[in-house]
Each structure stands twice: as C-alpha cells, then as structure tokens.
Design a protein around this ligand. Structure first.
Ligand SMILES: *[C@@H]1O[C@H](CO)[C@@H](O)[C@H](O)[C@H]1NC(C)=O
Ligand SMILES: *[C@@H]1O[C@H](CO)[C@@H](O)[C@H](O)[C@H]1NC(C)=O
Ligand SMILES: *[C@@H]1O[C@H](CO)[C@@H](O)[C@H](O)[C@H]1NC(C)=O
Ligand SMILES: *[C@@H]1O[C@H](CO)[C@@H](O)[C@H](O)[C@H]1NC(C)=O
Ligand SMILES: *[C@@H]1O[C@H](CO)[C@@H](O)[C@H](O)[C@H]1NC(C)=O
Ligand SMILES: *[C@@H]1O[C@H](CO)[C@@H](O)[C@H](O)[C@H]1NC(C)=O
Ligand SMILES: *[C@@H]1O[C@H](CO)[C@@H](O)[C@H](O)[C@H]1NC(C)=O
Ligand SMILES: *[C@@H]1O[C@H](CO)[C@@H](O)[C@H](O)[C@H]1NC(C)=O
Ligand SMILES: *[C@@H]1O[C@H](CO)[C@@H](O)[C@H](O)[C@H]1NC(C)=O
Ligand SMILES: *[C@@H]1O[C@H](CO)[C@@H](O)[C@H](O)[C@H]1NC(C)=O
Ligand SMILES: *[C@@H]1O[C@H](CO)[C@@H](O)[C@H](O)[C@H]1NC(C)=O
Ligand SMILES: *[C@@H]1O[C@H](CO)[C@@H](O)[C@H](O)[C@H]1NC(C)=O
Length: 719
C-alpha cells in the first residue's frame, strides 16, 4: 500500500486549540476531548488496519479461556461496520495509522486504563480521531473491541461522522452481565447467541446461563409427585457416568456439546464469556429424580450431602462437563439450602471447589446463601454471587476477603408474574438506584440504605449481574418474552455496570437510535417493509405464474404454492387439500402485527391441522385432545382460545399482537385473548391467567393435513 503517513499538522493544532471535554451519550457514555470543530465523515474511510505487531495477539487476563486475537475482533468489527455504516471496508495489516484508515492497535501503557478500584484493566481503550483517520488503542484485543462499539455508536448518533479529538475509557468493574434461567424454561441456542450479540454492543461481557433447576417443590407434594415435577438438566452427554441424568423425553430440550461450543465461541467472538451454572445441593430435583436416594426426605430438591453416594455423582457431572466450559469461573449453584445444615453445605461447596480446581484449574462461584456452619466456612477462593440481603451480608463478606458479585434481588425479574418481583428491568432503579444519591452502580448492594454498601472503589466488588427467573416454567411463556423483559432496560443497566454517566433523559433519547443497530441479532423479529403493509396476497388476481402469488405490498414477498396454486374462481380463494401449501419468504414477525385472512375449513380437516406455521408459532385448528383454535409456541406449548372455528363456512379472522398480548377476532366481533395459565401453587391464588405475546406464524399456510380454502391474506406491521 502506498499511502501517506498522517500529517503532523493535526497534532500541532491540538496544542494550539485547548481541548473541550465533553461526555458523548453513547451507551455506555464516553468522555471525549474535542480538539476541533470539524468532524470526520465515515464515508471517507477506506480501510480497517490491524497493527501487524499485534495481529495474532491474545490476552489471557479476561474471563474467557478462548480469547479472540486482535485480527479476529477486527474481522467481526468489519462485518458490523458494513451493516451499520453501509460500507464494506477491507481488513488489512499495517505498521502505523495511515490516511483514511481505522487503525487497531494495542498498548501496554496502562496508566489511564483503570477500573473503579484504580487497578489497570485490559478492557480499557483509547480512541483518537483525526481529520482523516481513527486509531483505536486497546489495552488488549477486547479493549480495542469495546472501542469499536463506541465508534459505531458515536457515528450513528452523529450522522455517520465522528468528532475530532480523543477519548480514554475503561470499565469500572470487570464483570457486567445478565443471567438467564434456561433451566425452568428451554431456550434455543440461537436465541442465546443473539442475546450475547446484543449485550456486547453495550459492553456487557458475561452471560450467565442457569442450566439445571426445577419447579418449586412443596411440603404438601407427595414423593411421587415430586419425582415427576418438571426438572431439567440442559446439557446432554453420552458419557456413561451421567447416563439417565437427562430423561429421554427431555433430550429435545438440551444442548449438545457442539451447540454449547457454538454458543461459547460466538459469544467470545464478541467479547462475551458464557458462565455455566449447574445447581446443587439445592434446586437439585433433577439429580434426585436421577438418583432418588440422594434427595433429603422432607424436600427431594435438596441433596443429602452426608449420604456417601452424593458427592461422587456430582463429581462425575462436573468431570464430564468441565471440558465443555471455556470460562475461568464456573457456577455450582449452592443456593437456598437447609439453614440447619451449614457445615454440610460448606463441606459440599469446598469439596466441589477443590475438585474443580484440581480437575481443570477453574474457579468456583456460588450464590450467597444463609447456611451458617458451626465449625466451618466457605473457602475464600470461592466467589460469592450475593442475591438477597437476608441470605448474605455483602459488606461482611467483602471485609472477610471474599470476592463478591452483586446480583441483588432488587434487580431480579420473574417472567410473567410474581408477588415480590417485577416482570421487567426497572429504569428508575437503574438511573436513580443509589441510596446515597445518583445512579445505580455495581457496589450498590442495598438500594435503600447506603450504610450497607461498600465504597465505590472496593477492590473485591467483582461487578453486577441482573437475573431473570422462570419460576412458573415452560408452559407460561415464549422464549422471546425473556428478551422483552430486558429490552427496555438492558442497555441502561449496561451503562451503569460499566460506570457510565447517562441520564434517563439522555437514555430515552439515544436508546431508540442505538437499539436498532445492535449488530448480529434480530431479537425484535422485525421484518423490513416499505409501509405498514408487510405482505398482501389476493389469490383472485395476483397469480404471477402457476406457482407464484404476487405480494401486492410492494415488498416483493411473493408466495410459492407447492405443488402448484389451485385457485377457486368462484370466490378467489386458494384450495389447500392436505398436502398442498403456500410458503412465504418470511418466517416470523415480532411484536405489533395484524395477520388477517379468511378461511373456510373443510369438515374433513383433521383436528390438529396447522393453518399458519412459522418459526416461533403455529396457528392450529385444535390438537389431539382439544378441537379449539390454538397457538402452539416453538417450545411446543399450546394456548387455546375458547373457540372452535366452524367448518364449511367462511370465517374472517385477524390474529393481532398488541404490546405483550395476543388476540384473535372472527367476523370482526369482539377480540378474544390468548392467555397463559400459571400454576402458582404455594401462592395465593393458585392460578394466574396472564397475557402472552406470540410472534406471527408467517412461513407457511396449510400443509400437514389442512384441508380448506384461504383468501385475502394480509400482514400489517401494526396492531
Ligand atoms: C505487554 O508487556 C508484556 C510483558 O512485557 C508482553 O508480554 C506483552 O506482549 C505486551 N503487550 C502489548 C500489547 O504490548
Ligand atoms: C482529556 O482532557 C483532560 C483534561 O484536559 C485530560 O486530563 C485527559 O487526559 C484528556 N483525555 C484524553 C483521552 O486526551
Ligand atoms: C463440624 O460440625 C458437624 C455438624 O455440624 C459435625 O458433623 C462435624 O463432625 C464437625 N467437624 C469438626 C471438625 O468438628
Ligand atoms: C403487559 O404489558 C402491560 C402494559 O404495559 C403491563 O401492565 C403488564 O404488566 C405486562 N404483562 C406482563 C406479564 O409483563
Ligand atoms: C422501581 O424502582 C424504584 C426505585 O427503587 C421504586 O421506587 C419502584 O417501586 C420500582 N418499581 C417497581 C415496579 O418495582
Ligand atoms: C441502615 O443499615 C444500618 C446498618 O445495617 C442500620 O443500622 C440502620 O438502621 C439502617 N437504616 C435504616 C433507615 O434502615
Ligand atoms: C392440546 O392442547 C391442550 C391445551 O388445551 C394441552 O393441554 C395438550 O397437552 C395438548 N395436546 C397435545 C397432544 O398437544
Ligand atoms: C420435548 O418433548 C416433550 C415430549 O414430547 C414435549 O412435551 C416438549 O414440549 C418438547 N419440548 C420442546 C422444547 O419442544
Ligand atoms: C367457552 O365458551 C362456551 C360457549 O360460548 C361457554 O359456555 C364456556 O363457559 C366457555 N368456557 C370458558 C372456560 O370460558
Ligand atoms: C363468521 O361468519 C360466518 C358467515 O356469516 C358464519 O357462518 C360463521 O359461523 C362465523 N364465525 C363465527 C366464529 O362466528
Ligand atoms: C402449566 O403447568 C402448571 C404446572 O407447572 C400447571 O399447573 C398449569 O395448569 C399448566 N398450564 C397449562 C396451560 O397447561
Ligand atoms: C376477499 O376480499 C374481497 C375484497 O374485499 C372480497 O370481495 C372477497 O369476498 C373476499 N374473499 C373472501 C373469500 O372472503
């Protein structure tokens, strides 16, 4: 490459014009010294250049055992740049910043890269924007990666231009993350990957996945009932020592080693480390269902630690799965155990922690749990994830020398319904949650009483994590509802976990601009469309050829008939005779939609035939046991209406999702609502009926036995 070196004049002008310090409202915010009133337009840039000295450099001081090289981060950045900026830049290698390039390099000068405790952090970075190039200098490849997130965000907020000047930025805390209960509800691996990708855009760096748990046991349940209660272990291995741990009928709700590898690698590629949790000796019903002699008599979900057969299978489980895990810390649960068995509890934790350390060198984390031992304590090498002030005293633990992660229940979410916990992140608490004044931050363990909080710079505060629980299990929610619990607040929380300065007012302004550009995910399941009409099929007029129905919306989402389109000329409908179906080029549509159509179901249609099918849901004419119209979600749960569509007559139907609820109307009469029934036994009342938001099933019409006619199919992007 024959490109000129940057002109020294730019640096000279820096000294003449005193810097103007400002805070850019990216998420997290970025302190930036503006040195010129002009800007650098991204459209002028032509290269991403990797400093050749550090091309293959990796940093092993972070959370992951598989840290990407600087070059790997640069390639991912280049993909994002092309989707966000709309221009593909080649990735090349060079020695110094050159004109028209974004130069990615590393520096060992850690002076400025300090965390809240004043220690150097490898996640720090510097950005220097001149009139014709940008240099991002990471304290590590991960630091440089965070710098690229800032660049994309600032550019987006600045009309694709960057201010001239420089910034130096570093996270206050090393652990910034979310936890998902993937045990009491199953989540597809692609969904977890999308969550990592989204978190990464706001510089969260850890995703904690809770992989084993059960619905709550109760003392009035019989042993037999507990033995069949929903309990799941999400990793499947064919090692004989864990044979039977996953029940044969739950294999469809597990992750294979390949899938879990894919999750960890895809997350690591964007700077997010997956921390796996296998829970015991509490919340361990799945283990007692496997080996019933191991459960305590009064509560099968608690393992009997003093039973000589308890520790060996726990070691077998960890010996089997430790090689799967690419995080330096693994989570053994150890939550909510019998408080009278404190020494047993400590014995379990310390035994497992030293076993893990000897087997793989990994460190152990547990939930902060009130299980006082008479003659023992949890080893100081074990990290503690505090979650409730009545379970553990974070200040005391910190002062005793434990490393403590703040996961206080004041940021807990329980999907769908809960007496004590909300259903989504609380923005007021995020932006005003420090009882001493100001925003929430990872050292705020007690949001009501600052006496109970350590200083901001306490060196043993690892960071913060917000947890989402699925107390009511698989049949109460879709997988995407977990996302909607986080959607509004996650980025704001990420600002606070980093140590950012965003105000709620700024957040309300910038979040809607930055949310849609978060790369490598479509959690909202949006469908590009020119207008509110996403597709429109009129079978009476719009046959392009014998196999193709024209989409009249202008979006070009033409539909294909298999084997061919059979139009009934008398009413302009398409006839579907069991094997015939129509496919669209789309698969699913997220919140806010109206899917309308008319349908005449033949009396010979088998109960259980799908009318509309999509990636996340199916609208079905009954199922094997119930003739009612129902939505089936992608985890195979049925949500019936109290309505059986009459056969042999035309029904004009609209399926509508508005906010977090889904409705259906027939013949333009009153809306009926799809509801989830929560079996909240142990609480009062025992059942809760709750709204459920289900994506539109828009991949296929008919097929799988459906016999009938369909006409006038339209999908609107509003409810
Ligand atoms: C930082 O210094 C260490 C020790 O000298 C060296 O191993 C490492 O490669 C340096 N890293 C960078 C980014 O220069
Ligand atoms: C920005 O300016 C402040 C004060 O003038 C200075 O302390 C800081 O080091 C500067 N930061 C950068 C990245 O230039
Ligand atoms: C510690 O206490 C437990 C009971 O809580 C007892 O079984 C054990 O023997 C005690 N160990 C020692 C060393 O005193
Ligand atoms: C659904 O949204 C409504 C309106 O925002 C809210 O009041 C309700 O709590 C939400 N339901 C759930 C289960 O989150
Ligand atoms: C949100 O947090 C604020 C501040 O902590 C609190 O006053 C409010 O009750 C919380 N709202 C909900 C719905 O929990
Ligand atoms: C705050 O916490 C301290 C220490 O735990 C306690 O002494 C004090 O009573 C608490 N204050 C309030 C208002 O609850
Ligand atoms: C049919 O739907 C009902 C809900 O109405 C559900 O309880 C049942 O398990 C479903 N049956 C099958 C075979 O899917
Ligand atoms: C897995 O299979 C079982 C048994 O057929 C079924 O009840 C469950 O809904 C399936 N789970 C998923 C995620 O499809
Ligand atoms: C279902 O509808 C029928 C007829 O409209 C009505 O008698 C019945 O009470 C309804 N059942 C429920 C559970 O709403
Ligand atoms: C919708 O209207 C048609 C024609 O009027 C009628 O035959 C059918 O029963 C109606 N559907 C329902 C669910 O009321
Ligand atoms: C969901 O499962 C719970 C038990 O966990 C049960 O009480 C409830 O009735 C189920 N809901 C549906 C709609 O099947
Ligand atoms: C489809 O819509 C057209 C125009 O509104 C209407 O004339 C026709 O009757 C509809 N077809 C059916 C089968 O409902």
């Amino acid at each position: 490459m024959a490109l000129m070196l940057i002109s020294q004049a730019v640096f000279l002008s820096l000294r003449l014009n005193p810097a103007r310090a400002t805070t850019l409202p990216s998420i997290p915010t970025l302190d930036f010294n503006v040195t010129s009133e002009s800007t650098l337009s991204l459209s002028s840039l032509e290269y991403i250049l990797i400093d050749q000295r550090f091309h293959d450099f990796t940093d092993d001081t972070g959370h992951t055992l598989i840290p990407p090289t600087l070059a790997a981060f640069a390639r991912t950045f280049s993909e994002d740049y092309s989707t966000v900026v709309g221009k593909a830049l080649p990735v090349e290698t060079g020695e110094t910043p050159i004109q028209l390039s974004i130069f990615l390099t590393l520096s060992n000068d850690t002076n400025g890269f300090l965390d809240a405790a004043g220690r150097p952090t490898a996640e720090g970075y510097m950005i220097d924007v001149s009139t014709d190039s940008v240099t991002i200098t990471g304290a590590s490849p991960l630091g440089a990666w965070w710098g690229t997130r800032s660049l994309l965000q600032i550019a987006t907020l600045g009309n694709m231009s960057l201010p001239i000047g420089s910034a130096l930025d570093a996270p206050g805390w090393a652990t910034r993350r979310m936890m998902l209960d993937a045990a009491r509800h199953f989540y597809p691996i692609d969904f977890l990957i999308s969550l990592c990708n989204y978190m990464s855009f706001f510089k969260q760096n850890v995703f904690h996945v809770h992989l084993s748990d059960n619905l709550n046991t109760h003392d009035f349940y019989t042993r037999d009932r507990s033995l069949v209660l929903y309990a799941a272990f999400r990793l499947i291995s064919n090692e004989s020592v864990v044979d039977g741990l996953v029940k044969p009928w739950r294999v469809n709700e597990t992750y294979s080693r390949e899938e879990f590898d894919e999750l960890q690698k895809r997350c690591a590629a964007r700077g997010v480390t997956v921390i796996p949790e296998i829970e015991a000796p509490g919340h361990a019903l799945v283990i007692a269902q496997w080996k019933p002699q191991l459960g305590l008599k009064d509560d099968l979900s608690l393992l009997n630690i003093s039973h000589p057969e308890t520790i060996p299978p726990m070691k077998d489980i960890w010996r089997t799965f430790l090689p799967w895990f690419y995080s330096k810390v693994v989570h053994i649960g150890a939550d909510e155990y019998d408080t009278t068995l404190g020494d047993d509890y400590n014995f379990f934790v310390n035994t497992m922690a030293s076993f893990i350390s000897e087997t793989s060198g990994q460190t152990t984390r547990i939930w902060g749990t009130n299980a006082p031992g008479r003659n023992s304590t949890v080893d100081k090498s074990v990290n503690i994830q505090h979650w409730a002030l009545w379970e553990s005293n974070p200040l005391e633990l910190l002062n005793q020398g434990y490393r403590v992660l703040n996961s206080d229940e004041k940021m807990y979410i329980v999907n769908k319904w809960s007496k004590p916990y909300p259903q989504k992140l609380n923005l007021t608490r995020i932006f005003q949650g420090n009882p001493a004044g100001g925003a929430f931050a990872p050292f705020v363990f007690d949001v009501n009483n600052s006496t109970n909080n350590p200083s901001r710079g306490h060196p043993n505060v690892e960071g913060h994590i917000a947890a989402l629980w699925n107390d009511w299990g698989q049949n109460t929610t879709t997988y995407s509802e977990a996302w909607y619990s986080w959607r509004e607040g996650l980025a704001g929380l990420a600002d606070k976990q980093w140590g950012g300065k965003l105000t709620l007012e700024q957040y309300n302004d910038v979040f809607p601009k930055l949310h849609p550009i978060a790369p490598a995910q479509n959690l909202d399941k949006t469908v590009p469309s020119k207008t509110d009409v996403i597709f429109e099929y009129d079978f009476s007029t719009a046959l392009l050829d014998e196999n193709t129905i024209e989409d009249l919306s202008g979006n070009g989402y033409h539909a294909t008939c298999t084997p061919s389109c059979r139009i009934d000329p008398s009413d302009g409908s398409i006839s579907l005779e069991g094997e015939e179906f129509l496919t669209t080029p789309l698969s699913t549509k997220g919140r806010e939609y109206t899917l309308s159509f008319t349908v005449k179901i033949s009396p010979s249609t088998p109960i259980g035939s799908p009318i509309f099918t999509g990636a996340d849901s199916t609208l079905q004419h009954g199922n094997g046991t119930n003739p009612n119209l129902m939505l089936i979600t992608s985890v195979n749960e049925a949500y019936p209406l109290n309505l059986t569509l009459p056969t042999g007559v035309w029904n004009s139907v609209a399926l509508v999702e508005r906010g977090n609820a889904t409705f259906l109307t027939v013949n333009e009469t009153e809306e009926m609502e799809f509801l989830a029934v929560l079996g909240v036994i142990g609480n009062d009342p025992a059942f809760e009926w709750k709204e459920i938001g289900v994506e539109a099933p828009i991949a296929r019409i008919g097929g799988d036995g459906f016999i009938g006619n369909v006409a006038n199919v339209t999908l609107l992007g509003r409810a």
